[in-house]
Design a protein around this ligand. Structure first.
Ligand code: 5RP
Length: 225
């Protein structure tokens, strides 16, 4: 019987545990797939199979889940480097570049990812694409610049819209941009970072995945980049 998306997420969440060294501090992303990874960390802790020294979290949501399991969450500023950062993606291409930010946590995700030597992306197979851009690109923007940023994306052929009812953990808004085909992710990321008011663009090219654990009907497929 085919596995549900939820079961695929559980599978890759558990598989990511293999990348976490016992006694290390692990970087933890945000989202429903990461929730499965946090559950797996909790199960390993309970069964005394693997104990981490702590975690650096990319969102209030993940922090709450980690702390509920008794895992200490350290501030990012207290850590100089992390071995591994585990996070999901909204899209990942065959070069390991990603669109992230569906959960509005992209800025903290990029900060924590940048501390890590290895980015382990966990995703179900629906997230693997040839070209980034079908998923509306999240961009965290300082509120007063939202209209200006939307106009700038218009000139690039995209249509931006402020995500309703969402304020990020940093007090900003998210502009979701449709109609883009991101064929050169690294250049695109640099270009968008130049637009005044953009805090973070949801293209992760500089901080791309090192490994993707992809949940497929045949089990976990490991892509390395
Ligand atoms: C949050 C993210 C998530 O990693 C992304 O949205 C994937 O989420 P999910 O695992 O729920 O599909 O970037 O900002």
């Amino acid at each position: 019987m085919a596995m549900t998306q939820d079961e695929l997420k559980t599978l890759v969440g558990r598989a990511a545990l293999d990348y976490v060294k016992p006694g290390s501090i692990v970087g933890v992303g945000t989202g429903s797939t990461v929730d499965k990874f946090i559950d797996a960390l909790g199960e390993a802790l309970k069964a005394d199979l693997k104990r981490v020294a702590g975690a650096v979290s990319s969102s209030v949501r993940s922090t709450q889940r980690l702390e509920a399991l008794g895992i200490q969450v350290l501030p990012a500023e207290s850590v100089t480097s992390l071995g591994v950062y585990v996070d999901g993606a909204d899209e990942i291409d065959h070069g390991g570049h990603m669109i992230k930010g569906g959960g509005a946590a992209l800025t903290r995700e990029k900060i924590v990812a940048d501390l890590a030597e290895q980015f382990v992306c966990i995703a179900d197979e629906s997230k693997l694409v040839n070209t980034l851009g079908k998923f509306p690109l999240p961009v965290e923007v300082i509120p007063m610049a939202a209209a200006q940023v939307i106009r700038a994306f218009g000139k690039l052929g995209g249509t931006g819209k402020v995500r309703e009812g969402v304020t990020t953990d940093n007090g900003n808004v998210i502009v979701d941009v449709t109609g883009l085909q991101i064929t050169a992710p690294a250049q695109f990321e640099s270009d968008i970072n130049q637009i005044p008011g953009v805090v973070t663009v949801g293209v992760f090219a500089r901080n791309k995945a090192s490994v993707c654990l992809l949940g497929t009907a045949q089990g976990v497929k490991t892509l390395t980049f």
